[in-house]
Design a protein around this ligand. Structure first.
Ligand code: TD4
Ligand code: CA
Ligand code: ZN
Length: 305
């Protein structure tokens, strides 16, 4: 069944675990996250970005997720990740999404509030929950104190943002970034800032850019020809700490992409005679599924469905 993120995340907040928001863009990635959720008995947030919609088609993707929700015994939501404008949000609401993110984090505070508030009004009228974002996701290494303050989420602004917009969840910036190259040196997150935000903000908090870029996947991909020198993610211990400090939704995409494509490379290299897509994408889906199951155990969502 499809639930809103609000319903899923309030349960997680109460029991101090986090729910993974896993990005999908095709049948294989959807099967990977749903099968993992069923096997782990975990709730899941199925996340779709505007560029995934461009790739897979809004109605194809939404219909597949609805079929998955109807036929799987786990709580699930269909979530727009990094929605950029009212038009995209409206189309997703029409297509039956149960949660939308509006990312106005690149805008000045007042404009971010205004855009987010409009989305809240539209979505709440349909009983759909909304995630807003305050602070920009960008590495903070080699930045001055002033530069850090400019990109990381300010706790007092966060309080004001939630009050003025009525969002159901807030994505914060504490030093993570999207993709496979998050840090040049030691991974660093601003946990003290997260603690201060938690004190000021009562809605569930969201961590984007949370992939760990596991060494074993990088090694496997590299063994079969990938060029990924310098790839680095968020250590699992940091993720656990972030959950203890109040993060209840964790976005994962990069680790899934890495697991999937590393396995495609492996199969193609080891089976040069193979040309049945199912024999190539099937093992890739299985590898992605194992990564998702690992996240569910790490986040504490296993057994919570
Ligand atoms: O929100 N996300 C996923 C972002 C997906 C990238 O967008 P496109 O579909 O447009 O390429 C995350 O926060 C994922 O973080 P991660 O650490 O996995 O990169
Ligand atoms: Ca953003
Ligand atoms: Zn993100």
């Amino acid at each position: 069944m499809l639930f809103t993120n609000r319903e899923l995340l309030l349960a997680a907040k109460q029991k101090v675990y986090a729910i993974g928001a896993f990005n999908i863009q095709n049948l294989e990635s959807l099967l990977a996250v749903v099968e993992a959720a069923v096997e782990e008995k975990s709730p899941i947030i199925v996340a779709v970005t505007p560029s995934a919609i461009k790739y897979g088609g809004l109605n194809y993707l939404a219909s597949m997720v609805k079929v998955a929700a109807e036929s799987s015994p786990i709580p699930m939501s269909l979530h727009l990740d990094h929605g950029e404008d009212i038009e995209t949000v409206s189309k997703c609401l029409e297509a039956g999404f149960t949660s939308v993110m509006i990312d106005g984090s690149h805008l000045p505070f007042e404009e971010n509030v205004a855009l987010t508030k409009r989305v809240v009004d539209l979505a709440h009228a349909k009983g759909v929950s909304v995630e807003g974002e305050l602070g920009r996701l960008s590495g903070v290494e080699e930045k001055t104190v002033e530069e850090r303050e400019a990109v990381l989420t300010d706790p007092e602004e966060a309080e004001e943002f939630v009050k003025q917009t009525g969002v159901d969840a807030l994505a914060v910036s504490i030093g993570t970034s999207h993709g496979a190259y998050k840090f040049k040196g030691e991974p660093q997150l601003d946990f003290e800032r997260l603690r201060l935000i938690r004190e000021k903000v009562d809605v569930p908090l969201v961590l984007h850019g949370a992939s760990s870029v596991p060494a074993w996947i990088i090694e496997k991909a590299s063994k079969y020809g990938a060029e990924l020198a310098g790839a680095k993610g968020i250590p699992e211990e940091h993720i656990k700490k972030a959950i203890a400090l109040g993060i209840t939704k964790i976005n994962i995409d990069t680790d899934l992409r890495l697991a999937f494509t590393a396995t495609i490379r492996e199969v193609l290299a080891n089976s040069p005679k193979e040309f049945d897509p199912r024999k190539i994408l099937g093992p890739a889906k299985e590898a992605m599924k194992e990564v998702v199951k690992g996240k569910m155990r790490l986040f504490g969502s296993s057994g919570k469905a």
